[in-house]
Design a protein around this ligand. Structure first.
Ligand code: AMP
Ligand code: GLY
Length: 424
């Protein structure tokens, strides 16, 4: 069969890599893809917002399955557009994707179904929000309602910082209409973890747990990024905690959606804070996490095409989804300046030295070919991912591979997975 993957980051390289191992797949297309993806898939260049052109391509090439990586096309209704034309596509429809595309929708939804999350208030007026914040005790978290590429959330240590964030979002419109409404919420302290599930709307199957590293520098310092590394599993998600998350979060979400007549098929991601042995939802995403996908799918044994059709045909419960016992660590190599403005076009060397290793994979994110050389083209450039029998071994392998790679301005965190090591 033929599969089209939409996106061009590390998550999508990992999806394409996993699909390339499927006995059902003859040909993979990816739009826009990147240098690494182009070695295993044919990269095309159709904008992810151009649903008509994508549909034309899918019809013309007889594509059997489309998998959507990022949230943007999902929140704009790509699944609705494809389903209207009878095309198979993995991901939630526009209505269901509001769990990610509107923080107000997600918070109100959680309140309706008593899903544990931080206390919050919603504001449209700067003055009212500021008055409220002035009555509260810091720390506080300020969130723009809509999608802001992970940049619309401010964890504020003081009331002044919170006021600055409100000004930026509401008055200066730093995120455009995404900031028309603002959520002010209580700050929860604890340990973060990412918990993703596959769901066909009826069954909910947990994926291996993982933990992201959002801050740019070691020891969780510096500004937030899209994610500087991840490992799987996350020791904080014990079997008992997984059961708790399913009971307190995932099942209530699915039941709530169903009772409101909203169908959700695809991947639901809960960004959690674990506090006093209880999970609190910080955010929902309606897609695979990036970089969590790199270590998580590296550990997936079951065929991703079979899982995709299990979801689409509502037969997920017939499948046994298996994970490798090994653990996986992914370290992101970023461009100088990231997460601010960054340089591009730097030649990447050393990739050939890692090729062919069974337990180490270099997933590309912001890379392109230029004169047959691989050069940087994004903030997050590569996700060096290694499997190991334990976290120490996986970490060592990942960093050993990184020693062989170079590009001007390359920076990365040296402490990915240390939190898991501390728990040993
Ligand atoms: P979000 O996009 O909502 O996950 O927020 C991005 C990051 O901000 C999270 O990964 C957390 O590190 C932090 N964060 C969000 N909400 C809260 C909260 N209520 N309490 C503490 N930290 C939070
Ligand atoms: N790594 C967090 C996300 O994918 O949103």
């Amino acid at each position: 069969m033929k599969v089209l993957v939409i996106g061009g980051g590390g998550r999508e390289h990992t999806i394409v890599w996993k699909l390339s191992q499927s006995r059902h797949v003859d040909k993979i297309y990816c739009t826009p893809g990147n240098a690494g993806i182009s070695e295993i898939a044919e990269c095309i260049d159709i904008g992810s917002d151009n649903f008509n052109a994508l549909l034309d391509f899918v019809k013309y090439e007889w594509i059997d399955l489309t998998i959507v990586g990022p949230e943007d096309p999902l929140s704009r209704g790509i699944v609705d557009a494809f389903e209207k034309e009878g095309r198979r596509i993995l991901g939630p429809n526009r209505e269901a994707a509001q769990l990610e595309s509107s923080k107000v929708f997600a918070k109100d939804f959680m309140k309706r179904y008593r899903i544990p999350t931080a206390e919050y208030r919603v504001f449209t007026s700067y003055v009212h929000a500021k008055d409220y914040v002035n009555m509260k005790v810091a720390p506080l978290v300020i969130k723009a309602d809509g999608l802001a590429a992970g940049k619309g959330v401010f964890v504020c240590r003081t009331v002044d910082e919170a006021t600055d964030a409100l000004r930026l979002i509401i008055k200066e419109k730093a995120f455009g209409d995404a900031g028309n409404r603002v959520v002010v919420e209580e700050c929860i302290s604890g340990e973060e973890a990412s918990f993703m599930v596959f769901t066909d709307g009826k069954s909910v199957v947990p994926m291996a747990s993982s933990q992201d590293h959002k801050r740019v520098f070691d020891n969780d310092e510096g500004p937030n990024t899209g994610g500087m590394g991840a490992y799987s599993p996350a020791p904080v998600i014990t079997k008992a905690m997984e059961d708790k998350i399913m009971e307190k979060v995932m099942w209530p979400v699915m039941k709530g959606l169903r009772s409101e007549g909203i169908e959700f098929k695809g991947i639901l991601y809960a960004g959690l804070m674990i506090k006093d042995d209880n999970p609190y939802v910080l955010e929902f995403n309606c897609r695979l996490g990036d970089p969590e996908t790199q270590p998580v799918l590296s550990r997936l044994e079951t065929d991703l095409v079979e899982i995709s059709f299990g979801i689409l045909d509502e037969k997920l419960s017939d499948l046994e989804i298996r994970w490798k016992p090994e653990v996986a660590v992914c370290v992101v190599l970023a461009s100088k300046g990231y997460p601010g403005t960054y340089e591009k076009g730097k030649v990447i060397t050393g990739l050939e030295k890692i090729r062919g290793e069974d337990d180490t994979f270099v997933f590309h994110a912001g890379t392109v070919f230029n004169d047959s050389k691989v050069v940087t083209s994004g903030g997050r450039v590569l996700g060096v991912t290694a499997l190991g029998n334990d976290i120490r071994e996986a970490k060592e392998r990942a960093y050993k591979a990184i020693d062989k790679i170079h590009f001007d301005g390359m920076h990365y965190r040296k402490d990915i997975a240390d939190r898991a090591l501390e728990r040993l």
